[in-house]
Design a protein around this ligand. Structure first.
Ligand SMILES: Cc1cc2nc3c(=O)[nH]c(=O)nc-3n(C[C@H](O)[C@H](O)[C@H](O)COP(=O)(O)O)c2cc1C
Length: 326
C-alpha cells in the first residue's frame, strides 16, 4: 500500500503535462490524481486530501495562486508546488509568500521536479514523525499528571495486595535482572519522599559477582549474596543535607520503594542493614571506594525468586493501633 505522504494531485489544463508527469510519478511509486481546472482540482483536493499538489499558475477558470491560497487555508500541512509557463519574478515571490513549497518553470524538467517532490516527501515524513513523538510525549505527560493528581490509580486492590504481600526473598535463580529492569527500580527510588525534597541519596548498582561475594566477609547476615547476581547499595550524602538528621528517613523511603517496585515486577529482594553498624559501613566504603561524607545505608539484594518465602508473623494490629489518643 502506498503511504499517505505519497498521494499527489496534479492540476494543469494541458493534458500532455498531466499524463507525462503522472506516468513518471507513478513509476516512482506515487499515487497520482489529476484535474484539468481549478474547480475540479479543489473538489478532488477536498475529497482525496492529497499530501502534495502540483498546480499550474494559469488555470482556465482561476489562478493557481487562488487554489494555493484556498488549500493552505483548509490544510496548511499540504505541500503545494507551483508550475508556470511564463511566470514573472513577482509570481514566484507571491507563490512563496502564499505558502508554496517550490516554484517550477515549464517546460518541466523532470529531475528537478522529482528532486523537489522528494524533498517535500522527506519533510512530510519528518513532520509526521515529529507529530507522533509530540503526541506520545503528551500522552505520557497526561498520564503522569493524572496519576500524580490521583485521578487515575491502577487497580487500588491490586496495589494494596502488592504492599501486603511483599516479603523478603533470599534465594534467587541464575537469571540476572537487566539494566532496564534495575533502572525502573531506581526511578521508583528517586520518587520516594524526602525531607525538604533534598533527595540526599546515591545508589551503587553491583552486578560483579567477585564484589558481591566479598560482602559476607564483613556483613554477618548476608549469606544470600553468595548466590545472588545483583544488589543496590543505597547511600546517604551528608553534604546534601538541608535538614540534618533526616537522611536516614529519606534513604529508608528510597530503599522501601525499591523493595516494593521489585515485588511489583516479579523480582525478589531483601533489605540488608548497613548503617548504623560501623564495621559494615567501613566494609562497604573500602570495597566500593565510597568517599568520606557519603554513608552506606542499606544494601538491597535482588534476583528472580528461586523460592517464595513463607508469610511472616505480624503483630496483632489491635495491640499497636491507638485511636485519637494512646
Ligand atoms: C533495617 C533493616 C535491616 C535488615 N537487615 C537484614 C539483614 O542484614 N539480613 C537479612 O537477611 N534481612 C535483613 N532485613 C530484613 C528483615 O529481616 C525482614 O524485613 C523482616 O524479617 C520481616 O520479613 P519480611 O521482609 O519478609 O516481611 C532487614 C530489614 C530492615 C528493615
Amino acid at each position: 500500500m502506498i503511504d499517505s505522504s505519497r498521494k499527489i494531485l496534479i492540476i494543469d489544463d494541458e493534458p500532455n503535462i498531466r499524463t507525462m508527469v503522472a506516468k513518471i510519478l507513478e513509476k516512482h511509486v506515487f499515487d497520482v490524481l489529476t484535474a484539468a481546472d481549478g474547480a475540479e482540482g479543489i473538489s478532488l483536493f477536498r475529497s482525496a486530501r492529497p499530501s502534495l499538489m502540483l498546480v499550474d499558475i494559469g488555470l482556465p477558470d482561476m489562478s493557481g495562486l487562488e487554489v494555493l491560497t484556498l488549500v493552505k487555508e483548509e490544510s496548511p500541512a499540504t505541500q503545494v508546488i507551483i508550475f508556470s509557463g511564463q511566470g514573472t519574478a513577482l509570481d514566484v515571490a507571491n507563490a512563496i509568500r502564499l505558502g508554496a513549497t517550490d516554484y517550477i518553470s515549464k517546460p518541466v524538467n523532470m529531475s528537478m521536479l522529482l528532486h523537489s517532490i522528494n524533498r517535500c516527501v522527506d519533510w512530510m515524513e519528518l513532520s509526521q514523525e515529529h507529530d507522533r513523538y509530540v503526541r506520545q510525549l503528551e500522552r505520557e505527560f497526561q498520564s503522569q499528571s493524572l496519576e500524580s493528581s490521583g485521578q487515575k490509580t491502577p487497580d487500588p486492590e491490586a496495589m494494596l495486595s502488592l504492599i501486603r504481600s511483599r516479603r523478603s526473598v533470599r534465594a534467587y535463580t541464575d537469571r540476572v535482572p537487566t539494566d532496564a529492569v534495575i533502572n525502573s527500580l531506581l526511578a521508583c527510588a528517586f520518587n520516594a519522599p524526602s525531607a525538604g525534597n533534598e533527595q540526599p541519596w546515591h545508589f551503587i548498582v553491583i552486578k560483579d559477582r567477585s564484589v558481591l561475594t566479598k560482602i559476607p566477609e564483613f556483613h554477618p547476615y548476608s549469606a544470600m549474596l553468595k548466590t545472588s547476581h545483583c544488589a543496590i547499595l543505597v547511600c546517604g550524602d551528608m553534604n546534601l543535607q538541608k535538614f540534618p538528621g533526616n537522611w536516614t528517613l529519606d534513604c529508608s523511603n528510597a530503599t522501601m520503594n525499591i523493595l516494593l517496585a521489585a515485588h511489583a515486577i516479579g523480582l525478589g529482594a531483601v533489605w540488608l542493614g548497613v548503617h548504623p553498624e560501623k564495621d559494615r559501613e567501613e566494609g562497604m566504603r573500602k570495597l566500593l571506594s565510597i568517599p568520606e561524607g557519603v554513608v552506606p545505608f542499606a544494601l538491597v539484594v535482588l534476583g528472580y525468586p528461586a523460592k517464595l518465602p513463607e508469610s511472616r508473623e505480624r503483630k496483632p494490629m489491635e495491640e499497636r493501633i491507638h485511636r485519637n489518643a494512646w
